[in-house]
Design a binder for this molecule. Sequence first.
Ligand code: MG
Length: 300
Amino acid sequence: MKFCSFSHRDRARFGLVLPDDSIVDLPQAVQSLLGKPDSLVDSPDLKSWLSQGAVAMESAQEILRLLEGGAEVDSGAVYEKDQVRLLAPIPNPGKIIAIGLNYRDHAEEQNVPLPKSPLIFAKFPSSLIGPDDEIRLPEISQKVDPEAELCVVMLKNGRGFSSESARDAIAGYTVGNDVSARDLQFSDRQWVRGKSCDTFAPCGPFLVTEDELEDPHQLDIDLRLNGNLQQSSNTRNLIFDCYTLVSYISQTITLETGDLIFTGTPDGVGVFRNPPVFLKSGDVVEVKIEKIGTLRNRVS
Ligand code: MG
């Protein structure tokens, strides 16, 4: 399944992306097709929907089956993509956790040894933007660099997940761009400011469940800047896979529905290129992950 959050006439909504790329509003569909509990119909956002766990996932699956079988919902519940503005799939995560140095090729380009355990840092949720938003360059930075990343979206609340139970604790995956102000990141000697500037966490366009991917650790991932290929790798090059990350983080930090984990970037980032490449106003950054989608943001 592909979930998305969107706004239509300035009202935030969420839904399922159908095979023809149209979007069905989930609360409206559940009301007209399933007559399910009010808690689903009244869900204000996708995070609230997902927090209802198995009943929410099974209801979405059932709606998809019914629609594919020819069932109809009110015409007002179905939107064409050009009628809506896509938001980050989870516009209101409790936290955004990110991982540094998690691709073998990215460690090699910096000539540093592979880490023995995941390197964790934070991006503030206020840095989150959606696929139709612009990355805004801060006036005080001249070295802003995008990073292509696979993002994990949590389904379950919990602590102490094993890497085996982590799989069922994940709602799905989306595309992220861990935008980084290298001058701030390196001069501060810790990363919060350089990684959490407003608009520095583009995310989307869809939240895709694992059954659509076969294996989240076998996906091509690339980044294009103004159409030119800058990063090209595959998630098989992750040092710590998504299940290991969920397990590792949750040993000490409670993970909650809708939390995002940016899992790290492959080689080819601008700061390590020769000569270095940094974002400038008017650029267009596209991060594409096979079977998940393309996240495209203009820079201003
Ligand atoms: Mg990163």
